[in-house]
Design a protein around this ligand. Sequence first.
Ligand SMILES: *Cc1c(COP(=O)(O)O)cnc(C)c1O
Length: 422
Amino acid sequence: MTHQPAIPELTAADPQIAGLVEDEARRQAEKIRLIASENYVSQAVLEATGSVLTNKYSEGYAGKRYYEGQQFIDQVEQIAIERAKALFGVDHANVQPYSGSPANLAAYLAFASPGDTVMGMALPDGGHLTHGWSVSATGKWFNPVRYGVRKETGRVDLDQVRELALEHRPKLIFAGGTAIPRTIDFPAFAEIAKEAGAVLVADIAHIAGLVAGGAHPSPVGHAQVITTTTHKTLRGPRGAMIMTDADHAKAIDKAVFPGLQGGPHNHTTAAIAVALGEAAKPEFRDYAHAIVANAKALAEALIERGFDLVSGGTDNHLLLVDLTSKQIGGKPAAQALDRAGIELNYNTVPFDPRKPFDPSGIRLGTAAITTRGLTPEHQPQIAEWIDRSIAAAAANDEDAINKIAGEVRDLLAAYPIPGYRA
Ligand SMILES: *Cc1c(COP(=O)(O)O)cnc(C)c1O
């Protein structure tokens, strides 16, 4: 039972770390991973990530570097850029941001100054820290205005977005977030941003794979700037990209380097190129639609068992469940589910009366289980396990939880993951 690609040198040189890598690989194989921001990358992506490209410094951009020896690195980065442009249909792509948070910071640096007003979705309603939440640098150094969802529908209140935008005239408006189970209306955001004179930044970190695969409408042609991570539904290495129209390209490139970063992580760039190549294949379109089909089937199965879903369901890969009616907090539920072999995260729900560290909800996503081949037919069983685990947690019945973990392992044995060979 070993990690793939195999790690014999690491095992010899540092058995302690190698052992933990093996343990983590087995853990990922034995769990139903429903963390909405996670996935399983291909072995090709793993190999690119573990390559000698990690040895190379290449501050600057292809053809304009500050170090010699870029004969091959320039080609790698250029291929990643061309693939991003073709896949998403954008004028320009920057593949250097270290991750999603620095990518968003580049949008601030490019189009706003400290103290300027910016607008994003409130964190408890589904927004991201970097959209101006108070504990983030983006909330401390800028003047954030926050929109949210409607209480009755759990969906973005576009009337409020428009009202706030026209009243406060932000420099940037962020559309997107980390816990939004519904389609984002990019044309509506674009109209509001235009009226308010703001740059619209579509943060598609969660849904990039769905957009690439045609399972969610694209922000291209609506948002001038599109930021995304590459490791969520897009199924690439941990990293990020910023895509822009021609008018906003230069400012973004300058903000990423030299504005925020030094040398790009070339091993990551190579792995992004590989992942974008995979995402351009017809199978990836099937994958993106299968993610949504699984999420809809899981939503239906949970609703049948009396679970209360924010917005009543899902359009994408993500479900937000309010556990108030089940009389258990999100945190004890998530911890019990983890012991039962079902991994997810506790999460605030809109208008949550509880504290963020002990909120009312859990968040689920289907990108990773879809990668391993689970289908809509499996979702009633997963919902049943979730229901039983939560009941067992409420009854303090650890035996019942252990029994579920065994059942989960039995099912998953037939669905191997890339990165681990049993
Ligand atoms: C995940 C995420 C990010 C941040 O990505 P990191 O790679 O964790 O820094 C930014 N925006 C949104 C909407 C996200 O979901």
